[in-house]
Ligand binder design. Structure first.
Ligand code: FES
Ligand code: FES
Length: 153
């Protein structure tokens, strides 16, 4: 089986996997980074979102062979102590309900605010549009992105 060296959360990890194994499985099953969730497996829900070279990506759609040489960040690597402004805003607004979608939501919001620290409501809605929440916590999510943007900008 081929071997791949991945840079995840500023650490190097060497894994064995088939070329087309989704990065999501490698993160969860081989590196024990289980904060990244499996929702649909077909790029439709955003539960598996991570940062790749600073951009948000679906880890269920990224093959492990494509991830070599990239700078990968998962929810576990977003901050040392859960104190990223987006994570703080999430706590302040008390966003999570069941919590399942939340890592993906936070990874989307944090990459978005890095590129656009003072977004409009419409921009927030559009940016978060690809992340499904089965608890329908959409109003809280939008509010938390606004709170986070005030902390950042
Ligand atoms: Fe990747 Fe749903 S699990 S988008
Ligand atoms: Fe339950 Fe979003 S908080 S799926």
């Amino acid at each position: 089986m081929p071997t791949f060296t991945l840079k995840i959360n500023n650490k190097s990890h060497t894994v064995e996997a088939d070329m087309d194994t989704p990065l999501l499985w490698v993160l969860r099953d081989q590196i024990d980074l289980v904060g990244t969730k499996y929702g649909c497996g077909i790029g439709q829900c955003g539960a598996c979102n991570i940062h790749v070279n600073g951009n948000v990506m679906r880890s269920c759609l990224l093959q492990v062979s494509q991830a070599e040489g990239m700078d990968i960040t998962t929810i576990e690597g977003l901050s040392e102590n859960g104190d990223h402004p987006v994570q703080k805003a999430w706590k302040e607004v008390d966003v999570p309900q069941c919590g399942y979608c939340q890592a993906g939501q936070i990874m989307t919001a944090s990459a978005f605010l890095n590129n656009n620290p003072s977004p409009s409501e419409l921009e927030i809605r559009n940016a978060m549009n690809g992340n499904i929440c089965r608890c329908a916590a959409y109003n809280s999510i939008e509010e938390a992105v606004k709170v986070a943007s005030k902390k950042i900008s």
